[in-house]
Write a new protein. Structure first.
Length: 602
């Protein structure tokens, strides 16, 4: 097989991409060699590493033989992409690592269950008069290929792709085949009550055309939000229509409009899957939804609020399948992460993380808990709600309706002989007081607080009636955190900073020497035409010392505390953001806008 000539049901863009993705290097001599020899030729794999992997392969039983490529990947000697490329060379198959996802033909999967494609990492991507081409990540697994040959009644050609690429393509193609939101809205002729319940184990991408349009619309909103990386879905009723907006990377974007006459049906459907009272429309309601979207377990926090024009819905999306990152992967510089690890390994005291809603506070606390977790310490958490399940950690959900508040739960936790306590958030003076008392009686306490920066935490605790001597004695350190958007690597453009921008960043021409500064580009398919894709954290760590404690006993003024901390090497959120700019990861505009509180204080 040498190419894709003769394809008649393929767009020009897809055909060009596939042809350009073919291996054009002179690999003919390698085709006769085994996988290990090919990897030695095309990667940095060494003879010693190859021999090590072969030795481990020989240790396995014949019944459960490990593939050499899997062992090499597991040991970190090569990547999956390198193994697949070598395998493609050996089998004389095309290999490519990208696809124009939106150009794939949805008709090819009409009779193929999505789970079959996911389980086997296989997807029909194009066809001509005689053949169907399959993208596969394991060209040696012939059984699903034989099944598709029968289902599609066609000869089969193969191309090799990384598994992650195939997974993304599967989700996108089946979402298109489901024909999402706007078509469903067009079909909404009669409002329905959406009385059928949603099965938790069912993947929303497996929804069928037999389901009511309202059900399919809600399913489509959830699946589309996950695909676009949204953190929140806002359904906002106004006088004549209903606006749907997604929050992506911290920014709200209008997604669609729903006819006003269907608002009650949509809200009722959401209430049903959130197990809320569909008859109650006068008071706010909160709930949770657990669903599966594109193979991912998704937890949705649901808030419904009555307004003048109808019930307003906000759904916060939490991708539970993404798990909790390790502390070293939280984006801190070496100095900061070393100091933070020292703080969270203390025997007693309070360690706080501050920032606005959605700034990564809880994620940092989870990573910290996982870092210190071991069989010889007792860790208990009280959260509202529990977002991730941490193995070996006792986790308690706040239930205000039955009296299980942070303060009440914290009192009970202290009777459970904990070594470490994590409080989801300090919201009131009672919780703050118990946390301080716990830290002063030999417990290590982690928690979050809503303040603009690390120094302002002292002022905030004083406002909660915590005495200065208690603050000075209990607080070990405070980490302020924010999330800033990352530039799209596909469309970002170089940018020459002007003098005003350099002044705001606090850098000189000498600091920029050898550095390339970027700005958001015009947008592309990769970033959904936003110029940014994804977010990363910036940090500011204040570590208490004797001088700061003495100052806190005299004043709780945040400005004075900040100036004192800066003499001890306190880095700022602005400096952390500027470091990301100099590394080419974000733009000057993004760095300045997310740290503008510091600018206002100057």
């Amino acid at each position: 097989m040498t190419g894709f000539d003769g394809f008649i049901l393929m767009t020009t863009e897809l055909k060009t991409t596939i042809e350009e993705g073919l291996l054009k290097l002179p690999y003919d001599d390698l085709k006769k060699k085994n996988l290990g020899e090919i990897l030695l030729s095309i990667t940095d794999l060494t003879e010693v590493q190859l021999e090590d992997a072969i030795a481990e392969q020989k240790k396995g039983s014949a019944a459960v033989a490990q593939r050499l490529g899997d062992i090499l990947i597991h040991k970190g000697y090569v990547t999956e992409q390198q193994v697949l490329k070598a395998l493609a060379i050996q089998l004389d198959l095309p290999f490519y690592d990208s696809l124009p996802i939106n150009e794939l033909d949805t008709s090819l999967v009409a009779n193929i269950p999505i789970q079959f494609c996911r389980d086997n990492l296989i997807l029909p991507i194009a066809k001509d008069e005689f053949n169907v081409t399959l993208a596969v990540s394991d060209p040696l697994n012939i059984f699903p290929m034989d099944d598709l040959r029968l289902i599609l009644s066609s000869n089969i050609n193969l191309v090799v792709c990384p598994s992650a690429l195939i997974t993304v393509c599967i989700n996108r193609v089946y979402e298109k085949a489901q024909d999402a939101s706007q078509k469903v809205i067009d079909e909404l002729n009669v409002p329905g009550d959406g009385s059928e319940d949603l099965e938790d184990a069912k993947d929303l991408l497996e929804a069928t055309d037999d389901e009511k349009p309202i059900i399919r619309l809600v399913n489509s909103l959830l699946s589309r939000s996950v695909k676009e990386g949204a953190s929140d879905i806002h359904i906002e009723p106004y006088d004549t229509d209903v606006l749907v907006r997604f929050r992506v990377d911290g920014i709200l974007h209008e997604t669609m409009q729903i006819p006003k006459r269907h608002l009650n049906s949509v809200v009722s459907r959401i209430k049903i899957i959130g197990k809320l009272n569909i008859a109650e429309k006068r008071v706010p309601q909160d709930g949770r939804i657990s669903v599966k979207v594109a193979g991912k377990d998704i937890d949705v926090r649901l808030s419904i609020l009555p307004t003048k024009f109808g019930e307003r819905v906000v759904m916060r999306i939490l991708d539970k399948s993404s798990g909790v990152r390790e502390l070293d992967g939280m984006g801190m510089d070496i100095k900061t992460v070393k100091a933070w690890k020292a703080l969270i390994n203390s025997k007693h005291g309070i360690v706080l993380v501050t920032g606005p809603t959605g700034s990564g506070k809880t994620s940092l606390l989870y990573s910290s808990v996982i870092h210190i977790n071991s069989p010889d310490i007792n860790i208990l958490t009280i959260e509202d709600p529990v977002e991730y399940t941490l193995p070996g950690v006792g986790q308690i959900d706040v239930k205000s309706k039955v009296g299980m508040t942070f303060a009440a739960g914290l009192r009970s936790i202290l009777r459970q002989d904990p070594d470490v306590i994590m409080i989801g958030e300090i919201r009131d003076g009672e919780t703050a007081g118990i946390a301080v008392q716990s830290s002063l009686t030999g417990h290590l306490v982690f928690s979050t607080l809503h303040t603009n920066d690390a120094a302002a935490t002292i002022t905030r605790l004083n406002d909660l009636d915590i005495q200065p001597f208690q603050i000075a004695s209990a607080i070990l350190g405070v980490m302020a955190t924010r999330l800033i958007r990352k530039l799209c690597t596909e469309c970002k453009v170089e940018h020459k900073p002007i003098e005003a921008e350099m002044k705001l960043m606090g850098v000189s021409e000498a600091d920029l020497k050898g550095k390339t500064i970027y700005a958001p580009g015009p947008g592309c398919e990769n970033c959904l035409n936003q110029g940014y894709i994804g977010r990363m954290p910036i940090h500011e760590l204040l570590v208490m010392d004797d001088d700061l404690r003495s100052l806190i006993m005299k004043t709780q003024d945040a400005t004075a505390i900040r100036k004192q901390a800066e003499t001890r090497g306190l880095g700022s959120l602005r400096k952390s953001a500027v470091d990301k700019v100099l590394a080419g990861l974000t733009s000057i505009e993004e760095a300045i806008s997310k740290t503008q509180t510091e600018e206002l204080e100057v």
